[in-house]
Write a protein that binds this ligand. Structure first.
Ligand code: GLY
Ligand code: MN
Ligand code: MN
Length: 467
């Protein structure tokens, strides 16, 4: 008995003698980088170095993580709202600011062409949200010249301002995503600019970083490898979903099947909100509630892409939910298919970015005229309301110059025809909505259709769905 009492006493004393023991394990945790199969860190450093060489020595650039100023936490994804910080660092976390500093700026005797400012993470935040990269790791692992806490940012900007007159503010990918993504509010940029202008009246603020769009539009080998894997995963997901098509199925069921396959094959998440729109819903290009039953006899448009180590695919297939295209559906489908083939043939280097679109539009004009759906070629734009191509990469709508096509560009080719109910044409065409979207790599020679393994001809689609 006495021994038990002594043991108890020892336990009680040791509990009070080492009160911090319960927290100790958290202090030993190490950072776990999520994109282990992603771009090598040295490549990010090369990107920073390359862009700094483009900039005048009297300038510097600020690259913000998406919501550092906006406070908008919902829908956060480093690489969908503003991917420049991810492009330059590979850093997945929120609350970070990168400075790109040309010339010979030194901090404590260390030459810094790049500096990162990170959150000083509280223990509570670590416990709830996981460990973010610390200053030491940001320098060692990410190879950034100097990492400091965010609280030091203003002081460093003050210091830089002594010798610099121009600030480049990495722009958000506004043009393509406006209205689709909730945090893309142009006022945010204005607010940042106004604040800086008030403090430094002589500062010239320019949106965008010179040379960055040209750099981002040409993908390197590692980026192409990641896009190819994202495509491969997406194609598998599409196959699974298309095989499950049957009358009575709901939009969200097909979406779930595709996304389940993406995740199972190692995708982090969809690269953008998946669109699965059946019947009348298919007229909405990006509208994506996906709550409805897909009526028998109707078509479904699936526009989904998996994201793999930060890079996304972007694929659309349109298929009959019962496995068989009607005569009218097939006629419209074949116009879109021909438009896409014609656009593919224009996906060669030195063609203007718009050439595939011009080709696709001309096939759609001719097709709709022949079927009597329009009587004036200009009216084709009432049924084909979007562009044929955009760049693809980290963002589903990746930045680029929209100049001439270049080897290393990855673009989508996605013509479509949408005929909503009530359109001024024979009612037999109503509710036929079709988009076919493939991802294309521009090369020195022929274009490479990265998504070619996913059936896109009506017969092959019917075979895949089966009956
Ligand atoms: N999935 C978006 C787009 O095709 O542009
Ligand atoms: Mn697209
Ligand atoms: Mn798409």
């Amino acid at each position: 008995m006495k021994l038990i009492r002594i043991i108890n006493l020892i336990i009680i004393i040791s509990f009070f003698a080492f009160p911090s023991r319960a927290q100790a394990p958290y202090e030993k945790l190490t950072y776990n980088y999520p994109y282990k199969d992603g771009i090598p860190f040295s490549r990010y450093k090369d990107r920073r170095q390359k862009i700094v060489e483009f900039m005048s020595p009297k300038s510097f650039a600020i690259v913000l993580s998406p919501d550092y100023y906006t406070q908008i936490k919902e829908f956060y994804r480093q690489n969908i709202f503003n991917s420049n910080l991810f492009y330059f660092t590979g850093l997945p976390e929120q609350e970070a600011v990168l400075l790109l500093i040309p010339g010979n700026y030194k901090y404590n005797g260390i030459k810094c062409n790049d500096m990162i400012f990170l959150e000083d993470q509280s223990k509570k935040d670590i416990i709830w949200n996981g460990l973010k990269v610390n200053l030491y790791e940001a320098e060692g692992m990410y190879g950034i010249s100097k990492a400091l806490y965010l609280s030091r940012l203003d002081e460093i900007i003050d210091e830089l301002m002594l010798l610099r007159d121009t600030l480049f503010l990495a722009d958000f990918p506004l043009t393509q995503t406006e209205g689709v993504l909730p945090s893309e509010n142009p006022d945010i940029k204005l607010e940042i600019i106004n604040k800086l202008k008030a403090k430094y009246p002589r500062l010239i603020v320019k949106l965008g970083i010179p040379g960055l769009k040209s750099m981002r539009e040409v993908k390197d080998e590692d980026e192409i490898k990641l896009i190819k894997r994202a495509v491969e995963i997406s194609v598998s997901g599409f196959r699974e979903a298309m095989k499950a098509a049957k009358p009575g199925i709901k939009e969200y069921e097909l979406k779930a099947i595709a996304e389940y396959s993406f995740n199972r094959l190692g995708a982090e998440c969809p690269g953008y909100p998946s669109v699965v729109n059946g019947g009348k819903n298919a007229v909405f290009i990006h509208g994506a509630y996906s709550r409805d039953l897909i009526p028998d006899g109707s078509l479904v448009i699936m526009d989904c892409g998996a994201r793999f180590n930060g890079y996304t695919a972007d694929i659309t297939r349109t298929f009959p939910i019962n496995g068989e295209f009607s005569k009218e559906q097939k006629k419209i489908y074949n116009i879109v298919l021909e438009a896409q083939d014609s656009a593919f043939s224009a996906c060669t280097k030195e063609n203007s970015f718009m050439t595939p679109h011009v080709k696709a539009l001309s096939v759609i004009q001719r097709g709709l005229l022949e079927l009597g759906i329009i009587s004036n070629a200009n009216d084709a734009r009432d049924y084909f309301t979007h562009a044929t191509s955009h760049y693809l990469g980290i963002d589903v709508h990746d930045p680029g110059t929209f100049g001439n096509l270049k080897p290393g560009n990855v673009i989508t080719v996605e013509p479509g025809i949408y005929i909503p109910e009530g359109s001024p044409c024979d009612s037999k065409w109503w509710n036929i909505c079709i988009r076919i979207e493939d991802d294309v790599l521009i090369t020195q020679g022929e274009p490479v259709i990265l998504t070619k393994d996913l059936p896109r001809k009506p017969g092959d689609i019917e075979d895949l769905i089966g009956k």
